[in-house]
Design a protein around this ligand. Structure first.
Ligand code: KIV
Length: 255
């Protein structure tokens, strides 16, 4: 999908809601692409659900480029969106270098966490011709500093600050904004107040112009932690254990 068509996909203008899912490897990317999902996000959630780290701050640029290139080999139509990992976009120059490395690996757009405070970094990337999707609300890369995963946009002050960041990201040319764990009323207000699409996770079902989900939450393949807002639609962990038990029981037997 080209990012210019993504940028105008506002539900209030009659557009189809945007569907986005994370993917970290070739077979998953290929399955999701064949299912016609709009965006494949190679998210730094890979740190937890693929690499077994406690949070996203352990993910490196090498991890990201390795997984983005696998996803790029599996996708034909979906937009491949790559996350700038923790501590790789502290200055505009560093942000641009990181974004260019993700694009060289196969990303067609990049995402980074933060609003007005990241304006210069985002502008540097956009000016170089790389589409950026913003990420506001609960920012997983700040979870250690903040002491946990906290819902955002609860107070008037938080809501105003999120809206100011969303408007800033729109003005500087972001293609869309991911809103994570923002209370429904605030998410809806942001969606109504800007002309680029919002893509929600943990913000309520109809408050944004699309949704993004972590693939392991959707298919139930990471049962050790499932966020409260997730809606699993398959039970891959259970199916895997059953297949493995049957395999073990049949090892060394004729059938
Ligand atoms: O890394 C990720 O999976 C994300 C989503 C939670 C939006 O950033």
């Amino acid at each position: 999908m080209i990012t210019s068509s993504l940028k105008s996909r506002k539900v209030r203008n009659g557009a189809q809601p945007i569907s986005a899912l994370t993917a970290y490897d070739y077979p998953t990317a290929r399955l999701l692409d064949e299912s016609a999902v709009d965006i494949l996000l190679v998210g730094d959630s890979l740190g937890m659900v693929v690499l077994g780290y406690p949070d996203t701050t352990h993910v490196t640029l090498d991890h990201m480029t390795h997984h983005i290139s696998a996803v790029a080999r599996g996708a034909q139509n979906a937009l491949i969106l790559g996350d700038l990992p923790y501590n790789t976009y502290n200055t505009p120059e560093q942000a641009l270098q990181t974004a260019q490395a993700l694009v060289a690996a196969g990303a067609q757009a990049v995402k980074l966490e933060g609003g007005v405070e990241k304006q210069a970094e985002i502008e540097a990337i956009i000016k170089a011709g790389i589409p950026v999707i913003g990420h506001l609300g609960m920012l997983p890369q700040s979870v250690v500093e903040e002491g946990g995963y906290k819902k955002k946009g609860k107070t008037e002050e938080q809501a105003m600050s999120l809206l100011a960041s969303a408007k800033c990201l729109e003005v500087i040319g972001c293609t869309a904004i991911i809103l994570e764990s923002v209370v429904a009323k605030t998410a809806q207000h942001i969606t109504d107040s800007i002309n680029i699409p919002t893509i929600g996770i943990g913000c309520g079902r109809t408050t944004c112009d699309g949704e993004v989900a972590v693939i392991t939450d959707l298919v139930g393949s990471y049962p050790w932690f499932v966020p409260p807002f997730a809606t699993p639609r398959a039970e891959v962990a259970e199916a895997t254990k059953k297949a493995v038990s049957e395999y073990i029981a049949h090892v060394g037997k004729p059938v």
